[in-house]
Design a protein around this ligand. Structure first.
Ligand SMILES: Cc1cc2nc3c(=O)[nH]c(=O)nc-3n(C[C@H](O)[C@H](O)[C@H](O)COP(=O)(O)OP(=O)(O)OC[C@H]3O[C@@H](n4cnc5c(N)ncnc54)[C@H](O)[C@@H]3O)c2cc1C
Ligand code: SF4
Length: 341
């Protein structure tokens, strides 16, 4: 491993001050000079692989005892502190009852040991599992070495994305929880050197475009402090379906986070996000619009699935994800509609 400065911060302000000293390189880039560390289950992994090389690492685990570690269900809806652990959130009674898609997306992720360590803030900022990104013996990876090319484009790209990709990167976003957040119109509370701000979760991640090394809209030194999820009518009839090569401890090949507000078998509102198939947490708005006011029959479900994948750009080894993604979405919607509340 390369040498780096390590320090522990006891407050949000101290953490931001410490990262301010790391220099002005973009925190959203894998090349950022400074990084926060929470559970460390992504960062330490990538530092050992020599993919991420921060010069300054600020431990924010002490914030677990501050509001940033809390989970509360109140007037603003669900408050999920960024330092709350994945295990605490998926086992929380109010989360399970009122936002099942959130509890399930976390429960189906990683392993019990990782869920005990990993924080919610770190989870949404995890990096792609693209082999060519994680293995530095491959010289071509625009996300790791901007301008070097993309080995996955002509390589083994079975796990890669079919939606939201660019000519410069086709990596898939690996997380599960982010799909639940984007489907439920969550917001993100952020603190930084220039003060605090709140943005829609949908604006946190950016598509790869020409700069796949920059993955989010976070500014240098900014710290996620919480996620806030409104308690809308569709939140309780929600569900996360994850399809993977094996049934535990595996990333999604295709997943769907869905939430429905129904009037009998007619859809008042649908919320849909897709995982495993896209370059970033992916809200399927065209599919939602197709379902609005429709009877939830086979024709409507198939039409929504077709809309969701209308812009898909399959590669040599991942064309199966288009059909798999559609079937995953249809099954998730059927199962959500059948829930007894
Ligand atoms: C074997 C394995 C299997 C896994 N399977 C799954 C899976 O199926 N589904 C899934 O969703 N995930 C999976 N994961 C990923 C795992 O969930 C993430 O590694 C974890 O959630 C990251 O959280 P952390 O607290 O450990 O983050 P860290 O490693 O501490 O940090 C990750 C990144 O986020 C930044 N960061 C952390 N907290 C903040 C904050 N509050 N504000 C700003 N920046 C911050 C850090 O600087 C770093 O860049 C798996 C991981 C492993 C190792
Ligand atoms: S898909 Fe993205 S992360 Fe993977 S090799 Fe290409 S540029 Fe790198």
């Amino acid at each position: 491993m390369r040498p780096f400065v390590f320090e522990r911060a006891g407050s949000v302000e101290a953490a931001i001050r410490a990262q301010g000293a790391a220099g002005a390189r973009d925190t959203a880039s894998v090349h950022a000079a400074g990084q926060y560390v929470a559970g460390g289950t992504t960062l330490i992994d990538l530092m050992k692989l020599d993919v991420m090389r921060p010069q300054r690492v600020t431990d924010i685990n002490a914030l677990e005892t501050s509001p940033s570690g809390r989970i509360e269900f109140g007037a603003r809806g669900l408050w999920l502190g960024a330092l709350a652990r994945m295990a605490a959130a998926c086992e929380h009674a109010a989360v399970k009852e009122n936002f099942p898609v959130i509890a399930q997306s976390l429960q189906l992720a990683a392993s019990p040991q990782i869920r005990n360590m990993a924080s919610l803030g770190g989870n949404v900022l995890q990096r792609t599992r693209c082999t060519y990104f994680r293995d530095t013996s491959y010289s071509q990876c625009n996300k790791r070495e901007p301008g070097s090319g993309c080995a996955a484009m002509e390589g083994f790209n079975r796990a890669h994305a079919v939606l939201g990709t660019s000519e410069h990167c086709v990596a898939s976003y690996p997380g599960d929880f982010a799909q639940a957040l984007i489907a439920l119109d969550a917001e993100v509370d952020i603190a930084g050197p220039r003060g605090s701000r709140t943005i829609p979760f949908a604006r946190l991640h950016k598509p790869p475009g020409e700069d796949p090394q920059i993955e989010t809209t976070l500014m240098p030194g900014e710290l996620i402090t919480a996620f806030v999820v409104p308690a809308k009518p569709w939140a309780r009839r929600s569900l996360y379906l994850k399809i993977r090569d094996r049934d535990s401890y595996e990333f999604a090949l295709a997943s769907a986070a869905v939430a429905l507000d129904l009037d009998g078998d007619t859809v008042r509102e649908a919320r849909i996000a897709l995982g495993g198939v896209a370059a970033l947490p992916w809200r399927a708005r065209a599919a939602e619009a197709a379902l609005q006011g429709a009877r939830l029959d086979d024709a409507a479900l198939d039409a929504a699935a077709d809309k969701a994948f209308a812009g898909a750009r399959p590669l040599a080894h991942n064309a199966f994800k288009v059909e798999l993604g559609k079937r995953t979405l249809v099954r998730a919607l059927r199962e959500a509609a059948a829930l007894t509340l």
